[in-house]
Design a binder for this molecule. Structure first.
Ligand code: ASC
Length: 285
């Protein structure tokens, strides 16, 4: 598959995968080496699943899900298969994200720590709710073959914008959470004396930010988009195919007073449109 600037794409993709993977490893090292480790008992061990699941699911897997259409090796795969992978990865991220919330609430409740007072929690919970909504809307509107093309066309830019807004918000929320946790728990030596754990976790925050920046760059290059299915550009203006008596009558009345060659051209154009429409309906499934 020919792609403009393929080597650049490959370089950035490998960097993103590397930085994303490193972020997950750093998070594990942070909770296993510097913090108390992992467990599911309502204590800090349970809380520690929160950063691990968020960075794995909500940052890394979500980031990959966002760019999955851009992998040129998949351009020969059907749009439906790619949409299923896109949705499947987002679904996995959703599940990990929700478990990560359960871990925090459990931990808070065990120690009577108040819930939902911090900016981190307000923005984070909002992001999770919007993410679930985005998943369901995407599933019913773009994956299932039930929504009309005209509705898909109107909602696609909103889907893309919302997805990137949520992804950016998640990264901002992770950085707030990391900062919070370091200020809460680094007492002796304190965070403001730059202890090794502080440096390590700050580096983790930088890695996560760089991962987001790489994904954002990859997904905003127009030349790296999956090529449109051959039809879908042409059929946007009038949405549905010509069908039924009403449109047939409209064609007949509309043709009054036109020359034979004009009528022939129009008929040819209509035929082409119908073919494009049918092909488009197929390709979006
Ligand atoms: C889809 C799909 C697209 C868009 C497009 C509307 O479901 O695969 O490429 O919606 O048809 O913009």
């Amino acid at each position: 598959m020919a792609m403009d600037g393929y080597r650049g794409f490959l370089g950035l993709l490998v960097s993103a995968l590397l930085v994303g993977f490193l972020s997950v490893i750093f998070t594990l090292v942070w909770v296993l080496h510097y913090r108390e480790g992992l467990g599911w008992d309502g204590t800090a061990l349970e809380f520690n699943w929160h950063p691990v699941l968020v960075v794995t699911g909500f940052v890394f897997i979500q980031g990959i899900a966002i760019i999955v259409y851009r992998l040129p090796w998949t351009w020969k795969c059907s749009k439906f298969l790619m949409k299923s992978i896109h949705a499947g990865l987002h679904a996995v991220a959703t599940i990990l994200g929700i478990i990560s919330l359960v871990a925090v609430f459990d931990f808070h409740n065990t120690f009577n720590i108040p819930n939902m007072y911090s900016l981190h929690s307000w923005i984070g919970l909002t992001a999770v709710i919007l993410y679930v909504q985005q998943l369901f809307l995407g599933f019913f509107i773009f994956l299932l073959p039930i929504a009309p093309l005209s509705l898909r066309a109107v909602l696609m830019p909103i889907h893309v914008y919302s997805g990137l807004l949520i992804f950016g918000t998640v990264i901002a929320t992770v950085l707030m959470g990391l900062t919070e946790k370091l200020i809460f728990s680094l007492k002796d030596p304190a965070y403001n004396t730059l202890p090794p754990e502080g440096v390590f976790a700050n580096t983790l925050g930088l890695l996560i930010l760089v991962f987001g920046a790489l994904i954002f760059w990859i997904v905003t290059r127009p030349q790296w988009k999956r090529p449109k299915e051959p039809n879908s550009v042409l059929l946007q203006p009038n949405g549905g195919a010509l069908e039924g008596v009403e449109s047939a009558m409209a064609i007949n009345f509309g043709s009054m007073g036109k020359s034979d060659s004009e009528l022939n051209n129009e008929a040819e154009a209509r035929k082409r449109n119908v073919v494009f429409d049918e092909a488009a309906q197929r390709s979006t499934m």
